[in-house]
Design a protein around this ligand. Structure first.
Ligand code: FAD
Ligand code: MLT
Ligand code: ZN
Length: 466
């Protein structure tokens, strides 16, 4: 056994240092199967002190560390690229304190899943404001590190909006902890927000203090057929204007529905087929439901008011990801564009996909202007369609990552969404907090000397190179 493995076995316990390649392979391959490496070993620390000592040991040996939660990330950020890195699984950091009902807050360990956190909050009559189809595996730490969005973003904001404080370990083993839940706290740099969306490049998150909301369960789910994305964008705005308690506004198209039905055996949701669909979910009163009846597009909708029927409608949306993966290894491009330009973007996307001789399945959180462009056809290591789609989003004033992050997948094109000055500032932060580049090298930033940007930069607001 090499010296580092021996040290890690002392720190975490030998049973929590995994080296069997059949076991570690699962930690070194991402959910999409597009990104894979080999892990020198996987460590599963069970306490913040073990995380700190493990990072110190890896640093002393000059061995990089890839933090990992539920490994549901879709941009290759949670798996190693080469063979040298240690994967640090945070799944055993499972602290889950009693809900503080007075403040509406709770402290949760990084390895607690989103489903567990939501159930814990619900037990106290409260709700955690993040939910996503990967809820049974995605962790508190991973969702903070990616600043995950999900289906409730239009109601409660993304993960960063839920954060009141973090406990985390920096690359040098120092622990920063702010779990007191003080909301009024203007004492300098907000390190909690800095770590939200840092994708494991600045620190290992070990626990979080999060806000909870008064529970406001969904009572009404509507699935409406629409002629196109423009109609879907309009309909979601009309619904949100009439019913303030809308929780989700989701979009999918005929091609995605066909894949879901083929994969799951679900029946057609509506009496006839439509080119596109809007799924809206609300904590609606009877009055709200009556108000919605005035919307012409809802004459052809399925409306569900009990939990089972509502889940049935949600399945058409939530089972897209697995149904697409059953077809092959997708290129998952998660973009956001202003709603006013979403139809223009969607039309231009068809030409980009046709040129690439590929097929695209488009769905997403339309209420947030967030579209998931899943491209099937190109080889996993052929990035040309990725570049073309991301560039198109930037040209339409959008973001190349709405919610999944940059990871390894988009590191070479970060400049499409961030200016040179912003990237320089971000690199300066990285150098200050992780001077030896111990944490997640190759994620967010291309390592020095690697693939240069292949496309010219665009400003997020237009097409002006800078
Ligand atoms: P991982 O995949 O393990 O890691 C993700 C990133 O976070 C990596 O860069 C990793 O290094 C870092 N990281 C993980 N844990 C830590 C830690 N403790 N400290 C520091 N860094 C860490 N995403 C959305 O935003 N919205 C959705 O609606 C959504 N739906 C999904 C549905 C399905 C079916 C699937 C498979 C994925 C979906 N995702 C979605 C993507 C994914 O679930 C999120 O990115 C999620 O936040 C990843 O959490 P995780 O615990 O699996 O993290
Ligand atoms: C979703 O919204 O379902 C996810 O972000 C997963 C995906 O993009 O496949
Ligand atoms: Zn999503």
């Amino acid at each position: 056994m090499d010296a580092l493995l021996a040290e890690l076995a002392v720190i975490c316990g030998p049973e929590h240092v995994l080296t069997d390649p059949d076991v570690t392979a699962g930690y070194a391959t991402d959910w999409t199967r597009r990104f894979r490496g080999r892990a020198r070993c996987v460590i599963r620390p069970g306490h913040v002190d073990e995380v700190a000592r493990a990072l110190l040991a890896c640093g002393r040996h000059g061995v990089p560390v890839v933090p990992q939660g539920g490994n549901t990330g879709l941009v290759g950020g949670g798996v190693p690229a080469g063979e040298n890195a240690v994967v640090l699984s945070a799944r055993r950091l499972r602290r889950l304190d009693p809900v503080d009902a007075l403040s509406g807050q709770v402290t949760a360990g990084a390895g607690v899943t989103i489903a567990e956190l939501r159930a814990h909050a619900a037990g106290a009559g409260l709700e955690y404001g993040v939910d996503l189809a990967a809820r049974d595996s995605a962790t508190v730490g991973g969702t903070i590190a990616t600043n995950a969005g999900g289906i409730l973003t239009i109601r409660y904001g993304p993960t960063r909006a839920q954060l009141l404080g973090l406990e985390a370990v920096l690359g040098d083993g120092s622990v920063i902890s702010r779990l007191g839940g003080i909301q009024a706290d203007n004492t300098g740099y907000d390190l909690t927000q800095l770590l939200a969306g840092s994708e494991g490049t600045l620190a290992v998150i070990t626990a979080a203090r999060v806000r909870l909301w008064p529970a406001q369960p969904s009572t009404l789910t509507v699935l409406a057929g629409v002629p196109d994305i423009e109609a879907a964008a309009r309909l979601q705005a009309e619904i949100r204007a009439l019913v303030p308690a809308v929780r989700a506004a989701e979009y999918f198209e005929a091609a995605g529905l066909a894949l879901v039905r083929a994969h799951t055996g679900l029946p057609a949701p509506l009496a006839r087929d439509y080119p596109a669909y809007l799924l809206a979910d609300a904590a609606a009163s009877d009055d709200d439901a009556e108000r919605l009846a005035v919307l012409a597009q809802l004459q052809h909708a399925a409306v569900a008011m009990d939990a089972q029927a509502r889940a049935g409608l949600w399945a058409y949306r939530e089972r897209h990801t697995e149904s697409i993966s059953a077809q092959g290894i997708p290129h998952k491009l998660d973009v956001a564009v202003p709603l006013a330009r979403i139809a223009q973007f969607r039309a231009a996307l068809d030409s980009v996909i046709a040129k690439a001789d590929a097929r695209a399945v488009v769905f997403g959180h339309i209420g947030a202007g967030n579209l998931h462009v899943n491209v099937l056809g190109p080889a996993p290591d052929d990035d040309s369609v990725d570049d073309a789609v991301l560039r198109l989003a930037a040209e339409h004033g959008g973001s190349i990552s709405a919610e999944h992050g940059i990871g390894r997948a988009k590191a070479a094109v970060l400049h499409l969404s961030r200016s040179a000055a912003e990237i320089a500032a971000m690199r300066a932060v990285k150098s200050a907090l992780d001077p030896d580049g111990l944490l997640n090298p190759g994620v967010l930033f291309v390592p020095p000397g690697r693939r240069p940007p292949v496309t010219p930069p665009f400003s997020p607001g237009g097409t002006t190179p800078r």
